[in-house]
Design a protein around this ligand. Structure first.
Ligand code: NAP
Length: 277
């Protein structure tokens, strides 16, 4: 698995990690989900993204089961819901997540999206959690440019990431967010890199995939992490697709590939409203 060491997170992360949205929703699929996450770890996708929101905490329990006895080497990301993200509520939410995950520390703790609580209060709680060793880094998700800049004003040099929707079909962040984040060392963590299974597969995408003896989804993943400063977190509970996702990190797209993909999925002409769904 290719890795990156970028910006404010001072260690190597896999270019392709694992998402967990929709895991933990049914008892029947739980064992398969645990096995999937464990296989993903064996394949080097050792960044696992979860949230207190997913299956109302049950996704965190699935992750906890998957990493039990193999915590070392896993980079664990979880998120606080905006309605819990007050000065005290953030600390309590994190403690509940730690319990469900069965760990003492979350590596990267994010505000899931901005809500009613002032960013300064959430950040104060993140600092307290970091100082007490319950989290190692903090970051945000679904923050627009103005909120990102406010984070930087409140806590210069601290916010490690903005986790945002980014895939071939949703390229809006390339106009403003990517050029803002990269020089500051704020990692972009691309969610829904396959557009939740809705990825169109025009002939150009199929042609690029055929040239690499790969699937269109593998090309989409390789494309999302083509530039420094971006990692991605596809979700899969299927062994074949997990293997494909891990292998996609090794796929290097050529200038011709990128030009053909630009034609099929044009980049933004200027700043656009941040997409979240
Ligand atoms: P996604 O990863 O774009 O797509 C997941 C879907 O694609 C699943 O149906 C999966 O099915 C399928 N899939 C996975 N690998 C595939 C492959 N190689 N070929 C074909 N199909 C494949 O969507 P997502 O789950 O929304 O996003 C990924 C993660 O990002 C989430 O799980 C979550 O951790 C995070 N996220 C964060 C936010 C946020 O607000 N911060 C929002 C959305 C998502 P199978 O499982 O059957 O393979």
């Amino acid at each position: 698995m290719r890795t990156t060491t970028f910006g404010r997170i001072l260690e190597a992360l896999p270019l392709i990690g694992q998402g967990t949205w929709e895991m933990g929703e049914s008892r029947r699929s739980r064992a398969q989900e645990v096995r999937a996450l464990q296989l993903g770890l064996e394949l080097g996708m050792n960044l696992i993204d979860t949230a207190e929101m997913y299956a109302s905490g049950d996704a965190e329990e699935v992750v906890g089961e998957a990493i039990a006895g193999r915590r070392d080497g896993v980079f664990l990301v979880s998120k606080v819901l905006p309605q819990n993200a007050s000065r005290k509520g953030t600390v309590k939410a994190c403690e509940r997540s730690l319990k469900r995950l069965g760990v003492e520390t979350i590596d990267l703790y994010l505000l899931h999206w901005p809500g009613e609580h002032p960013l300064a209060d959430t950040i104060a709680a993140f600092r307290e959690l970091r100082d007490s060793g319950k989290i190692r880094y903090w970051g945000v998700s679904n923050l627009r440019m103005d909120d990102l800049a406010e984070c930087e004003r409140i806590a210069p040099g601290e916010n490690a990431t903005n986790q945002v929707l980014y895939n071939l079909q949703r390229r809006g962040i390339e106009a403003d967010m990517v050029p803002w984040c990269h020089p500051r060392g704020v990692l972009i963590m691309a969610y829904s890199p396959l557009d939740q299974g809705r990825l169109r597969k025009p002939k150009q995408l199929k042609a690029v995939a055929a040239r690499h003896n790969a699937t269109p989804e593998q090309v989409a993943l390789a494309w999302s992490v083509r530039n420094e400063g971006v990692v991605t977190i596809p979700k899969s509970s299927n062994e074949t697709r997990l293997r494909q996702n891990a292998a996609a990190a090794e796929l290097l797209l050529t200038p011709q590939d990128l030009a053909e993909l630009d034609e099929a999925f044009p980049p933004p002409r200027g700043p656009v409203e941040l997409e979240t769904a």
